[in-house]
Design a protein. Structure first.
Length: 495
């Protein structure tokens, strides 16, 4: 069984789905974009209003650790269009605060005063033995793009689930926050065959499937067709279905057609028993709903593509990409993250498989002008230990999401868990040490790996982007406390 690491929030953010009918920043004139201290208070109030009740899983971090303990060299842990023009707006944007991403050196000879102060605050905390044998840290002032602190900034390290920040940035840049994933039903010209066509929406649920069946039955009855053969099409995705870590409860086999992330219980997040036939299960459920709506299916559903002459009789749109991104980050949802990598691949004309997603995400980050030396994006979720990123990249991604030139990336900031309140940070920052409500950050946990990357407003009202990576850790809880202490020090320390 899966080893527990973090728990998600009770209700994921984002707008429900419905029926469907780089420039790099430049310096200059950026201080007016800075947050004031009032921003922090407002952020706390908003966070309190978003308090969600359940507790932590970094949905995907350690299941295959035990299953593949003997494979030490590689263990895992823990439809494309422009979007619906009538759909809801993208997720609420945080204030625009960045006009540059260029880093300032942090060596003794050229370190500015603010950097030297941060060194005095962070250096001792980074010496905590709980952070294992390797540590890396970067802090960036998002209003100026200035690197305020760097230690091992360019060292490639295993990021665990913080790689989801890269995945979601790439997806938003490629598709836009209003993009939705389509699931359709197509009927043959003679109305004897209908095909359920998946577009890659892992969040398709029973209510949506029932609505599709009702809409399909209505169209068929109008044409006086009371029975059909049912086919299902999951060909939008290709390649191996299983993640490289192998079958486990933290992620379903990848399929362009699935119901509730292939879960075989009533859960909506965290580890759960997963089906080995997501598309077939979805089709069988659809057949049941069709029958209840008054249309009989002849025989069992079978895989197959719709004929070119077929027409669409029903359809469903996922939540906007902004909502999917927020849910993926808040709950550390592996299924959504891998789906976003594949959607990015489709947008780039790449095969919708693990390799295509890796190439597409990497290429999109390159277009955004982000530092990729030594970086290897092996998957979309962070389950693969072949993932290697730098603290400089993670902080740069967050700073880019705050760039007023890239409002399409804002859901990356709004989707970050809120310290002490939501998602995988709901049970952290709950002591009197501080940080509650003011820190927003993506967590990452694999056996021997702990990471934290996010934003915090400091006492000068500056929005800081940070990334802390640790490997060789032996006590996950203590490592998390050490990382939380680093982020808290950024918000509370005197500059």
């Amino acid at each position: 069984m899966a080893e527990p690491v973090e728990r998600p929030s009770t209700e994921p953010p984002g707008t429900p789905g419905g029926s469907f009918a780089a420039r790099p920043g430049v310096r200059g004139g950026v201080n007016d974009w800075r947050f004031t201290a009032v921003s922090a208070v407002v952020g706390l109030a908003l966070a309190a209003g978003a308090v969600l009740a359940a507790g932590p899983w970094d949905s995907g971090q350690r299941k295959a650790e035990r299953d593949r303990a003997t494979a030490a060299e590689r263990t895992g842990g823990a439809h494309h269009d422009a979007g619906d023009p009538e759909g809801p707006a993208p997720a609420p944007s945080a204030p625009a605060v960045l006009a540059a991403l260029s880093a300032t050196g942090t060596g003794p000879a050229n370190a500015p005063a603010g950097t030297r102060d941060l060194r005095a605050v962070l250096d001792p905390l980074l010496e905590n033995d709980a952070l294992g044998t390797r540590r890396a840290a970067v802090v960036v002032d998002t209003a100026t793009g200035e690197r305020l602190y760097g230690k091992g900034a360019d060292a490639p390290m295993t990021p665990a689930s913080t790689v989801k920040i890269a995945t979601t940035v790439a997806a938003l840049a490629a598709l836009g926050p209003a993009h939705r994933i389509r699931t359709t039903v197509r009927a043959s010209g003679d109305l004897r065959t209908v095909t359920l066509v998946g577009g890659g929406d892992p969040t398709l649920d029973k209510a949506a499937l029932r609505a599709l069946a009702t809409e399909t039955a209505r169209a068929l009855k109008t044409a006086k067709a009371s029975s059909v053969r049912l086919r299902y099409d999951a060909s939008a995705y290709s390649g191996p279905a299983h993640h490289p870590i192998g079958p486990n409860e933290n992620i379903a086999p990848m399929s362009a057609l699935m119901l509730n992330e292939g879960r075989q219980d009533d859960s909506t997040r965290g580890p759960a028993p997963r089906t080995e036939d997501p598309a077939g299960d979805a089709a069988r459920a659809f057949a049941g709903y069709l029958d209840k709506a008054g249309v009989t299916t002849k025989g069992a559903p079978a895989p197959g593509r719709p004929a070119k002459t077929s027409r669409t009789v029903a359809g469903h749109l996922s939540a906007p990409l902004s909502g999917l991104v927020e849910r993926a980050l808040t709950n550390s949802d592996n299924d959504i993250a891998e789906a976003l990598a594949r959607q990015t691949a489709i947008a780039a004309g790449q095969p919708a498989d693990f390799k295509g997603g890796r190439r597409a995400v990497t290429a999109r980050l390159k277009k955004l002008g982000l530092p990729l030396k030594g970086v290897n994006i092996a998957d979309g979720s962070g389950l693969d230990r072949e993932d290697k990123v730098t603290a400089a990249l993670l902080a740069g991604l967050l700073a880019r999401a705050a760039d007023p030139a890239h409002p399409e990336l804002r859901p990356v900031l709004t989707g970050l868990p809120v310290a002490g309140f939501s998602g995988t940070l709901s049970s952290r920052y709950t002591s009197k040490a501080g940080g509650t409500g003011f820190i927003r950050a993506k967590t990452g946990t694999l056996t021997g790996v702990n990471s934290l990357a996010g934003t915090v407003v400091d006492t000068q009202g500056r929005l800081l982007a940070f990334a802390f990576l640790a490997s060789g850790t032996t006590a996950p809880t203590e490592a998390q406390k050490a990382l939380d202490g680093l982020a808290t020090a950024l918000g509370a320390g005197k500059r």
